[in-house]
Design a protein around this ligand. Sequence first.
Ligand SMILES: Cc1cc2nc3c(=O)[nH]c(=O)nc-3n(C[C@H](O)[C@H](O)[C@H](O)COP(=O)(O)OP(=O)(O)OC[C@H]3O[C@@H](n4cnc5c(N)ncnc54)[C@H](O)[C@@H]3O)c2cc1C
Length: 237
Amino acid sequence: MTDAAHSYPVSARNRVKRAHERGRYDHETVHAILDAAMLCHVSYVIDGQPYATPTIHWREGDMLYWHGSSASRMLRHLRAGMPACLTVSHLDGLVLARSGFNHSVNYRAAMCFGTAVLIDDPDEKARALVGVVDRFYPGRTAGLRAITEQETKATTVIGMRIDEASAKIRAKGVGDDDEDLDFPAWAGVIPVRTVIGAAETCPKIPAGLSRPASLDIYAEGTALDTALTVTQRLYEA
Ligand SMILES: Cc1cc2nc3c(=O)[nH]c(=O)nc-3n(C[C@H](O)[C@H](O)[C@H](O)COP(=O)(O)OP(=O)(O)OC[C@H]3O[C@@H](n4cnc5c(N)ncnc54)[C@H](O)[C@@H]3O)c2cc1C
């Protein structure tokens, strides 16, 4: 396979211009950033007004999915087939320099471009409604009360094939100017992580029912991006 087969095409739209050395277009890097997050922002324009809606997403190959109430304005507009941009970003570190100008952050971000369409094929929609649960909690749907026809009707699923994408990553120390290095101000990187907390069991759970071992992926203290990367791999397997 060629590199092109492992990368998204690069155009004027997705070519990283500012700090271009931080740009990546290969599937592996872009997908890793998408898969390490549950939260994304979907951006689109309605009647000339830009919106950026936070929501959860999941990925199957080069398809991105998100869902919501059939009454949602975002979903009602996107279902018609609309250009959209889905972004994910991870804040990995605070970078404190010897000048305000050189302060920065370490991050991983992905921007995906495509046309958002309504998933109305009943089989694909049913599969997606399993995916939105099982992608995050492997195998969980099989142990749940089945989805009803009414619930399926009340839910809209949107899919977007990634036509073009870019990743941008900063993962390094302080970028001070040489002439500032002797300046007596503390400088360095403060790492940032989003970590799973202690689970709070619903008090109405029947006696004797314990948390399934499959949820140990979300054990207290685990980094969220690690847990989500693991669950994506299990979902793909
Ligand atoms: C947590 C976080 C904090 C940031 N803080 C700042 C800040 O304070 N100031 C600042 O100037 N920038 C910041 N950035 C970087 C910012 O996202 C942009 O990359 C930058 O502002 C350049 O924007 P541009 O439109 O000029 O880029 P251009 O290089 O002109 O954008 C061209 C194309 O490059 C790609 N691209 C650009 N940025 C990104 C990205 N972040 N991720 C994936 N693809 C991208 C897109 O496909 C875009 O269409 C931050 C990023 C993150 C994730």
